[in-house]
Write a protein that binds this ligand. Structure first.
Ligand SMILES: [Zn+2]
Length: 403
């Protein structure tokens, strides 16, 4: 994970050889279509970057160190483009109640807001570090992180400062739900989010996000939030069409948002809009949310067949998707959402990179960040074929052996 506190720049060079199956996500580099598979491959890592990729038989040997993958598979580090890690407290009881038959509503977020406001900076920082580390152990090397559990000027800015100690991909989500203090005057809360709160938060974020949903913010409010953020240099992304059909997806495409996230309830016009913007507005699917709320999964097949760019992410948060595991999301996407194992792997790596508008991650190509995951398996297909099994054997993050 690109973190000032946990990542150092690797010096010297490492030859990783004996890779039975390498996913490059570079169609030019190998077979297997978009995955660019190379069999019996090697990779040279130098100064934190990929310096060479190709068949092991022709790999340069003059490196400082060597690592033998012993026939196992290597894939790009996972790019988790959607998480909410700055929080305190616990919602075990809510999950337990929901699994006992109660429906999920957006209001549960307020429980976490109260706990987060009451927490110290140190406690919040330690929580983020814990979950970033947990994700890294499961192969995630880039992780976006949102605010959204503070909902005051000071608490939102604090959340973004803390997130920024652990990742460069920081998202201002003051418009997660209407703050409890503004329950009777949502318009005044939107004024706060687009005014003083934005002033305090914009310097600490790259992205602006809004939860466009019944019970949260409607289309006009979402437009106001994203437009105000864009005017301050933040690029829009949006929680769209999670619980119901609504204006979120089309708003995302209209505003050139990097990503429309969830995309669970889509009209034909929504699908067409996403298909008209491949590589601009990515459809980010978050199956952990449907899994954890016993809801109907998004139809990835429909989006892929239409030509949309699809990313897969965890949506890690304490209420509706408390998982940091991208491999879990891959397995669910293949089993429940009509994705092939190849498509799911691509969406969790190159797709996530596209959703964050990054070209330096999500691919194993010369010049890219050396973010690599060694699987205890002969093929990336095992990520779906062996669900729930801890297959991550090693992780290099920016060329540094991190797991
Ligand atoms: Zn979310």
């Amino acid at each position: 994970v690109s973190s000032s506190s946990t990542t150092t720049t690797a010096t010297g060079s490492v030859l990783i050889t004996g890779i039975g199956s390498l996913v490059t996500n570079d169609p030019e580099a190998g077979s297997g279509g978009p995955l660019g598979l190379v069999a019996d491959a090697a990779v040279v890592v130098e100064d934190g970057r990929i310096a060479w990729v190709g068949p092991a038989a022709s790999a340069p040997t003059a490196t400082d160190q060597a690592f033998d993958a012993a026939g196992r598979a290597v894939v790009p580090g996972f790019v988790d483009s959607h998480s909410h890690l700055v929080f305190a407290g616990d919602r075990t009881a809510e999950f337990n109640a929901r699994m006992s038959g109660r429906a999920y509503t957006a209001g549960g977020i307020r429980t976490t807001v109260a706990a987060t406001r009451a927490a110290t900076d140190e406690a919040l920082d330690a929580n983020v570090a814990r979950y970033v580390r947990e994700a890294l152990r499961q192969g995630t090397t880039v992780l976006e992180c949102k605010s959204g559990y503070g909902l005051t000027v000071e608490d939102e800015a604090r959340a973004l400062r803390i997130a920024g100690r652990h990742t460069d991909e920081v998202t201002y989500l003051g418009a997660h739900v209407v703050a409890p203090e503004y329950a009777d005057d949502p318009a005044a809360y939107v004024d706060l989010v687009t005014g003083p709160m934005l002033d305090a938060c914009a310097p600490h974020a790259r992205w602006v996000d809004v939860f466009c949903e019944r019970g949260a913010f409607d289309g006009d409010q979402a437009r106001a939030v994203l437009t105000a953020g864009a005017e301050r240099g933040l690029t829009p992304r949006i929680h769209a069409n999670q619980l119901t059909e609504g204006p979120g997806v089309q708003l995302a495409v209209e505003l050139g948002a990097a990503s429309a996230d969830h995309c669970t309830h889509l009209s034909d016009a929504d699908v067409s809009a996403l298909a008209s913007a491949p590589g601009t507005t990515v459809a980010t699917l978050l199956p952990g949310a449907e899994f954890s709320t016993r809801a109907v999964y998004p139809d990835a097949r429909r989006l892929l067949d239409a030509g949309a760019t699809v990313a897969l992410s965890t949506d890690c948060n304490p209420g509706s998707s408390f998982t940091t595991s991208v491999p879990f999301c891959i397995a669910v996407a293949v089993r429940e959402m009509g994705m092939t194992p190849d498509e799911a792997l691509w969406s969790a790596t190159a797709g996530g990179a596209a959703a964050l508008r990054r070209t330096d991650v999500g691919r194993v190509v010369v010049g890219a960040r050396a973010d690599l995951v060694l699987l205890d398996a002969p093929s990336h297909v095992h990520l779906a074929y062996r669900p729930g099994v801890p297959l991550v054997a090693a992780v290099w993050s920016g060329g540094v052996r991190a797991v």
